[in-house]
Design a protein. Structure first.
Length: 655
């Protein structure tokens, strides 16, 4: 049981309450915040809290080299990995020799942000430095094989995002996910029960926290009734203890739950469902599957005769490998086999899932043709040849440069579930549902359709090297693209019917753009459409409407579709430490003036509360409710005008 020491926690809170929000340079304040971050990391492993302190230190003094490196380093190790480049680049401008591997870290941040061309520039620069100084042996050295692996991952990533797979990837929403880590989804064959692991506070059985100052892992579950998932609940004290507990697999009939337990450096346990629907006390899986080394993930064939699991036991190919184990004639788990070099690599493999056909294996790997972190791969077993096919990377957007893990499929193969980090996430890892779309046969050969997006500064009209994405509005399906020079992005449209998309552009120092666009489908003739996205600088008085915020009717609670917009607002506030804004809520004229004013205030407060929950200083945000008093369209003629008036704006008050 761990928590931040009271004296340290009090001092941190006290210093934060006295400080300004880091819009002015102040070397003494920077030093103070950095000392507190260092003390916190000495006393605990609360890296999220230390990161926020170190970011404040770096922004109070942009010349504080150590604070800037740690701010970037903590980002890489937690969330907002693509935001780290800002801090590393500050160092490169002032002291390029601060660390031998500085270019590697800059490349890594761009890598996580899908900015592969920029990442390759810095990776290759660092690679050249390594080759030029082969005898360098400092601790700040990343070895050549790792650098070359990252370079290849970026090349793979460019290929994958240019040719994305046609999947719909939808966040399972707040009934399942939380602002903390949610992962390891497993489902029964009927797809009406899901069991998963979470580190949320709400419902956690332990009043204390782990050494990183976040809740221990607990196992939760949810059931589907009339097509809707119920709000997830703690699975109970038989499965969950006061320490970390994580599920690993669920049998097809939903009667056997496999779990990971820290015992024996990491073992697989099993619990049977009792007649009353409750779970029995977990016990170590019998046989030779568990060893004195870590066994962490497992999957079982529908007939229950074969298990696939990951293990770090000696004799593997490197790191964690995937093994199979089958029952002998006496029904005992005794026939153990490493899946070999086709499946396993010198890197880590884990999270196996054997499909209902008994021959298709999905798993996570840091090796193979990946684009960074763990990627999801698929391989098939040829019963006649007795061998596995070469694993296929499931591609973008399922896989990202971050960890994509714990993929499971449904009986009909039309849906899958896994844990990943995407723009519409509620926090850290979230659980997503992947849907395989129904392929449409083209009546005639289709011509090439290029959708050219150019991003410019709204005032100077100069091109901007922003981060740009084009995704399906309803299904989050990715559109393949390649990045050109000077803020140009070429998207390849493959849909044959008109479709609504969301076009997003983000860049430090500018108001993000999150537009809904309707694009016609591919026709017989080649076609190119060019659009210009103008981004406005974050200067005093700049105003924009947060059009993609959705509230429950007559309430101030967000619908799940709002988190893409909220997360971009959060990123903008974090990228621009001196930014102060007014969040203003507005309504139409339906209902009383007093009620509308109150509702608009509550909705503005909801946006402010979201931002402050993410570590944004509350004094940087003014929340105002104007009710029906500031319409931007008529309320008289139709519902469309009233819909435009129901909005949340933000205005830049200072930067």
């Amino acid at each position: 049981m761990h928590s931040i020491p009271r004296i340290l926690l009090f001092f941190v809170v006290y210093t934060i309450s006295l400080s300004s929000f880091a819009q002015q340079q102040d070397k003494e304040q920077s030093k103070l915040y950095m000392e507190q971050a260092d003390l916190m990391m000495e006393a605990t492993r609360a890296m999220d809290d230390a990161r926020d302190l170190m970011i404040t230190a770096a922004n109070f003094d942009t010349t504080n080299i150590n604070a800037n490196f740690e701010a970037g380093h903590y980002h890489i190790q937690t969330i907002g990995k693509h935001l780290a480049a800002k801090y590393f680049l500050r160092i490169a401008r002032q002291d390029p020799d601060y660390r031998f591997d500085l270019e590697f870290w800059i490349g890594k941040s761009y890598h996580f942000g899908l900015e592969f061309d920029k990442a390759l520039i810095y990776y290759n620069t660092y690679r050249d430095k390594l080759i030029a100084k082969p005898t360098y042996a400092g601790k700040d050295k990343v070895e050549l094989p790792e650098v070359e692996r990252k370079i290849q991952e970026c090349k793979n990533g460019k290929e994958f995002i240019a040719n994305p797979k046609k999947f719909s990837i939808v966040n399972m929403g707040s009934e399942i996910n939380s602002e903390f880590e949610d992962y390891a989804p497993v489902l029964n064959e009927n797809e009406d029960e899901i069991v998963f692991t979470t580190r949320r506070r709400d419902g956690n059985l332990n009043e204390n926290v782990y050494e990183d100052n976040k809740p221990f892992e607990d196992v939760f579950y949810s059931t589907k009734v009339k097509g809707k998932w119920s709000r997830a609940k703690n699975i109970g004290t038989t499965i969950n203890t006061k320490y970390n507990n994580s599920n690993a697999a669920l049998s097809a009939d939903g009667k056997t739950l496999y779990m990971y337990n820290d015992e024996g450096n990491g073992d697989i346990y099993v619990s049977e469902r009792l007649k009353d629907g409750s779970w029995g006390v977990p016990a170590p899986l019998p046989g030779i599957i568990n060893s004195s080394f870590r066994e962490e993930s497992i999957t079982v064939t529908k007939d229950g005769k074969t298990i696939y699991f990951s293990s770090e036991r000696p004799g593997g190919l490197g790191g964690s490998d995937i093994y199979s184990c089958t029952k002998d004639t006496n029904g005992q788990w005794t026939i153990l086999k490493n899946l070999g070099t086709v499946i396993n690599t010198e890197f880590d493999e884990g999270d196996p899932f054997i499909d209902y056909d008994g021959n298709t294996l999905y798993f996570s790997s840091k090796g193979g043709k990946g684009m960074g972190g763990y990627d999801i791969f698929k391989a098939s077993y040829d019963t006649e040849k007795g061998e596995w096919s070469v694993p296929e990377n499931l591609g973008y957007p399922i896989n990202t440069p971050d960890d994509d893990i714990q993929f499971v499929s449904t009986k009909d193969g039309q849906r899958s579930y896994y844990a990943s980090v995407h723009d519409d996430g509620l926090g850290y890892e979230d659980i997503y549902m992947i849907t395989v779309p129904v392929e449409k046969t083209l009546a005639k050969p289709a011509g090439e359709f290029k959708y050219l997006v150019k991003v410019i500064d709204a005032d100077s009209k100069a091109p901007l090297a922003a981060r740009v994405k084009l995704q399906g509005l309803a299904d989050n399906s990715a559109v393949g693209f390649s990045a050109g020079d000077k803020g140009e992005f070429v998207f390849t449209i493959k849909e044959t019917s008109p479709k609504d998309y969301k076009l997003t552009a983000e860049m430090e120092g500018y108001i993000f753009q999150n537009q809904s666009v309707r694009i016609e489908g591919v026709s017989e003739q080649p076609k190119t459409i060019s659009v210009m996205v103008e981004m406005r600088k974050l200067k005093i008085g700049a105003t924009t409407t947060l059009r993609n915020l959705y509230f429950d009717f007559a309430k101030a609670t967000f619908k799940d579709a709002s988190y893409n917009e909220l997360n971009k607002l959060e990123n903008m506030m974090k990228q621009n430490a001196g930014l102060r804004v007014e969040i203003s809520g507005h309504t139409d004229n339906i209902g009383s003036s007093a009620y509308n004013k109150q509702l608009s205030q509550r909705r503005a407060n909801a946006v402010k509360d979201f931002l402050t929950s993410k570590g944004i200083d509350a004094r940087r945000i003014k929340a105002s409710g104007y009710g029906e008093n500031r319409p931007i369209a008529t309320n008289d003629d139709d519902a469309e005008g009233r819909e435009i008036n129901r909005r949340v704006d933000f205005i830049v008050l200072g930067n």
